[in-house]
Design a protein around this ligand. Structure first.
Ligand code: 2HG
Ligand code: ZN
Length: 466
């Protein structure tokens, strides 16, 4: 980029109030980074637009002067998708954070991209409705970022991913045009649905500037059951038994190391007398005796078949939240180990075989590197976090992890799975995209990128190069 920061800021100040352009070192560090903490952020400036017109003007300038943009929401991503490391201009949506409208009979809410996920969830609740996409970072992630990354989380088994709740979006393309896609329509058979190209595109095609989000009825009386198991294959067997009789809202699993780290990190009390090799957490609605009976019958069957050894079930909402802490506290509890993260998926029916192969692969590597397995088993999504041994140098650790993760990706490929179930490709998975997408598909992806962003100013270097 041949332009200096001053030149860019001077031009920007003609289209956005100067007080909404930041170049202080702390701001550059803060807004230029995401939770991947992959490398040192180095943006040229941060701009905070307040309207679609301003976003279009910023994109217009970026095209004219040829400087790259990085869209920025809550920056809770784990793949470096929102990392600005090459003097990009960060476009933060923090100030475009309004709920714009709500229609009860459509159950649709229109909002700006900077609305924090929890705010949308609370808004839905205030209307007697429910926004079902849920994950640990809902308190800071933003709806625009969720759409750009097609965020998943713990309720996908029942409710699907973010994509399934977006009934319309307005986007500013890489060329600065405004597209209004699908306009909240439930049915629309008019050809290519561009909305779905932008959802999950990680900001590489354009900027999402408004959304129409669908809400639904809230689930009733959620109950949570946590079970201790002897082996990895039992996790999927318990899932099969529970799915037969219950409409599950979540089905999660985690390993003994995960449990140990959470007990330590969160100072929680072990609900069992000892540590089991694996745990599963099942969440289900229990609005009548029927579901409660089905849950206890399923549990008893699991005990009889030897799939589960012990279990505890929540008696009220507080206990349900406490049981969730064992699962939701994992990421935070292992953060200090510089975890090397994988986030893979395969078909649900193939998870038993996949997990057994995965265990074999992991057993073949340095036992000093602890592998924490957990994830959303009910939708086939497995998180693998490799932990850095205290005595190992960070550089060496990352090199070993790359070798391990290539073996994992080969396994994923052999199962026709995905190298990123929900965290996205960003920078971290970009070199491996061909493990999940064919060369022909990648060519078409490049073609789509060129179509919407011919000057390659939209989050360049992420997801795919053109
Ligand atoms: C979760 O499921 C998140 O808790 C984070 O997707 C997973 O830390 C991870 O690898
Ligand atoms: Zn997850």
């Amino acid at each position: 980029m041949s332009w200096t920061t001053k030149e860019i800021v001077d031009q920007l100040a003609k289209v956005v109030e100067p007080s909404r352009i930041k170049i202080g070192a702390d701001d550059l560090q803060f807004y230029g980074n995401d939770w991947s903490n992959l490398s040192k952020p180095n943006p040229c400036a941060i701009v905070f637009p307040t309207s679609i017109k301003e976003v279009q003007a910023i994109v217009g300038l970026a095209n004219k002067l040829n400087f790259p943009l990085v869209p920025s929401g809550g920056r809770t991503g784990l793949s470096g998708g929102a990392l600005a490391k090459d003097r990009e201009l960060v476009v933060s949506f923090d100030l475009m954070n309004k709920i714009l409208g709500f229609n009860k009979s459509d159950a649709l809410v229109s909002c700006q991209p900077g609305v924090v996920t929890q705010v949308l969830k609370d808004f839905a609740e205030s209307k007697g409705l429910f926004y079902p996409v849920d994950f640990a970072s809902v308190g800071s992630s933003q709806v625009g970022g969720n759409a750009a990354t097609n965020a998943g989380g713990v309720n996908v088994l029942r409710y699907g991913m973010t994509r399934d709740w977006i009934e319309g979006i307005k986007v500013v393309t890489g060329m600065g045009e405004l597209l209004e896609l699908n306009r909240g329509l439930k049915k629309n058979a008019t050809g290519f649905d561009f909305r779905h190209l932008f959802i999950g595109s990680e900001g590489t095609l354009g900027l999402i500037v408004e959304l129409v989000v669908e809400l639904t009825n809230p689930p009733k009386d959620l109950n949570v059951m946590l079970m201790g198991l002897k082996s990895i294959e039992h996790t999927t067997q318990v899932l099969a038994v529970f799915k037969e009789k219950l409409d599950l809202t979540a089905f999660e699993f985690f390993s003994d190391i995960a449990m140990k780290k959470v007990l330590e990190g969160k100072k929680l009390r072990n609900p069992f007398d000892h540590i089991f090799p694996f745990y599963v957490l099942a969440e289900f609605e229990s609005y009548s005796e029927v579901q409660l009976n089905a849950a206890s019958e399923s549990f008893e069957r699991c005990i009889d078949f030897g799939y589960a050894v012990e279990g505890v079930v929540s008696q009220n909402q507080r206990q349900a939240r406490e049981l969730w802490e064992f699962r939701e506290g994992i990421t935070e509890s292992i953060a200090s180990y510089e975890p090397f993260k994988s986030d893979v998926s395969c078909r649900i029916s193939q998870t038993p075989a996949f997990l057994c192969n995965l265990e074999e692969i992991l057993n073949g590597f340095d036992p000093k590197i602890e592998a924490v397995l957990f994830g959303h088993l009910g939708d086939g999504n497995i998180h693998i976090n490799l932990l850095k041994p205290t005595k190992m140098d960070s550089e060496e650790f990352r090199e070993v992890c790359k070798i391990i993760s290539e073996s994992i990706f080969n396994l994923v490929k052999s199962f026709g799975g995905s190298i990123s179930a929900e965290h996205g490709i960003g920078l971290t998975k970009k070199p491996y995209l061909n493990y999940s997408r064919s060369e022909v598909e990648l060519d078409y992806m490049r073609g789509v990128k060129r179509l919407f962003d011919p000057n390659n100013i939209m989050n360049p270097g992420k997801l795919i190069d053109i």
